[in-house]
Design a protein around this ligand. Structure first.
Ligand SMILES: C[S@@+](CC[C@H](N)C(=O)[O-])C[C@H]1O[C@@H](n2cnc3c(N)ncnc32)[C@H](O)[C@@H]1O
Length: 213
């Protein structure tokens, strides 16, 4: 499991083809991005700073940069190939910075201590980092760091397909997050995925930081 979801394995996925999960062409993914955007607009209408963890080739990062041109947006992904493509594709977006990094190290170690965000997003990737979080005994500290990295009233947004691989991971992460933040949005959807050729159930959640720094 740990080896399956490491940097090498994701680089392999991105080497095999461009946009491996069809993020830029699938209507299912577009709808999922729009639902996340809608949630951000509702709870943080004018964010100045956004962090997208596991941004892949930057499809949603780009949507965010157009929706919130005033915001400084940071996209992070473990795959060097994905980040290189994102940098190339969106080099004309002055408000985006792409960083190649492992989410756990980036959040728990690399982020400068004073840096905070109005919005942090991490979608379709919690199941990839979960085993390592448990193995490294960082499950709670990861979520504590995420909560601490939110500005006052800042929000954490997440969207994931619900299936046998993700259900336990999501419930565990949400239950930890609920102790650190207030869950302000929870919506379930079921939509046709042209890529998977079946209807897929996914949820979108928003957690808001409650305590002051
Ligand atoms: C299924 S894609 C999701 C892309 C994007 N979040 C979205 O919803 O459009 C999963 C992404 O997570 C990234 N990823 C996996 N493990 C990671 C880690 N430990 N740190 C950062 N990114 C990671 C992969 O490289 C891949 O780009």
């Amino acid at each position: 499991m740990l080896r399956k979801f490491n940097k090498r394995s994701f680089d392999k996925v991105f080497t095999r083809c461009e946009d491996p999960w069809r993020y830029s062409t699938s209507d299912y993914e577009k709808t999922k991005y729009l639902r996340q955007l809608e949630a951000i607009r509702k709870f943080s209408p004018q964010p100045q700073s956004i962090l997208e963890i596991s941004c892949a080739e930057g499809v949603f990062t780009d949507i965010l940069s157009q929706a919130f041109p005033q915001a400084k947006i940071t996209g992070v992904d473990i795959s060097q190939i994905a980040i290189e493509r994102a940098r190339e594709k969106y080099k004309d977006r002055p408000n985006i910075t792409f960083i190649e990094a492992d989410a756990i190290q980036f959040v728990c170690r690399d982020l400068p201590s004073q840096q905070r965000f109005d919005v942090i997003i991490q979608s379709e990737s919690l199941h990839y980092i979960f085993a390592r979080l448990v193995f490294q005994r960082k499950l709670r500290s990861y979520w504590r760091e995420i909560a601490n990295r939110l500005e006052k009233e800042g929000i954490f947004v997440t969207a994931h397909a619900i299936n046998i691989q993700t259900r336990f991971v999501l419930l565990t992460c949400y239950s930890i997050l609920e102790k650190l933040c207030q869950q302000v949005w929870k919506a379930k959807y079921r939509e046709w995925s042209d890529f998977r050729r079946r209807r897929i159930k996914y949820d979108v959640r928003v957690f808001r930081r409650v305590s002051a720094h």
